[in-house]
Design a protein around this ligand. Sequence first.
Ligand code: PLP
Length: 389
Amino acid sequence: MEFANCVQNLKPEGAYHMLARAQALEAQGRDIIHLEIGQPDVPTFANVAQAGIQAIKDGHTTYNPPAGILPLRQAIAEDAGRRRGIDVHPSQVVVGPGAKPILFFPTLALVRPGDEVLYPDPGFPTYAAVIDVAGGVPVPVPLREETGFAFDLDAFDQLVSDQTRLVILNSPSNPTGGVLSWAMLEHIAAAAHKHDFWVLSDEIYARLAFDGLAAPSIAALPGMRERTVICDGFSKTYAMTGWRLGYGIMPQALAEHMNLLLTHSVGCTATFTQYAGIEALTGPQAAVEAVVAEYQRRRDVLVTALNAIPGVQCQMPRGAFYTFPNVTAFGRSAEWLADYLLDAAGVAVLPGTAFGPGGEGYLRLCFANSMENIRSGVARIADALGRLD
Ligand code: PLP
């Protein structure tokens, strides 16, 4: 059967693939610890869930504008002002069903066939997928352990050119937990002005930064608002992965194209979900703070336990909820090791290569999981790795 070029190279997301394998083993009665999927293990905060339920009761179950309801876009604009230090008008805010459409549609709207797009490797697999669908030329920029897994500016300088149309950033990063500093962002912003490219800044983990760190946004730098799309959402911060609610902040001219793309693809985002989003942003934030503090405790336990395993070297992630340990000492591919740990230890983790070739030699473990699962998961991993010759 023949299919269009734009879908020929699409691959499944590694996390879903591993989840399916783990669930198949569970169906056979195996006890599996899930450290593969990247989602909070806590339920949606009660006040937020209640706002969604109330919105359904109030009849907010009809179509709404493709770019989202005005009160939510206003709440997002105000939140961006407070947290990111940028002045945003609601007409620059576009709401979508999850953050993924805010990666997909701006890339479609900006990238013409043959345009080069720089993106992190290892990085969230949707970046490579959407560059491909748009007909862009993928230019992976390595994230290196030696530079804190944030961004390799030397490699970036070599790869960026007048052919660069878009640079995708992700800070804090999935899968590495790296955070880009102001100095790095200033360097990239200077290149954006020189080579006239756009930035798609995936900031979905911005609230999940540890040790009191704040992950800065490149959009706050002078002259960058005009060429930056911020992608953010509610999935990770407010434990709302299944509600499907994300948003973008971008120049109004691009927002208008996004509006049309949403009109003709999804129509609009669920209305009651957006009311839950208003409560998430404007209601009490104590639950977010508590959960971030708890993730930090879990991170510390996981990193310490991983580093105690002979042959494993794990950096301290500064944000998001993933560790990315170096397992090159075992002399096997990351994929082989992930399969081995599932079969031999009953622990589902992702091979770093699920995030691009730059992830070879690494595994990704999510610590948005109970302390008990983290402790017994690593104990099982240590035991299984200890049995390797
Ligand atoms: N960006 C990154 C870096 C992610 O890790 C994820 C989800 O895992 C997304 C975007 C997509 O988020 P959503 O589930 O809101 O579409």
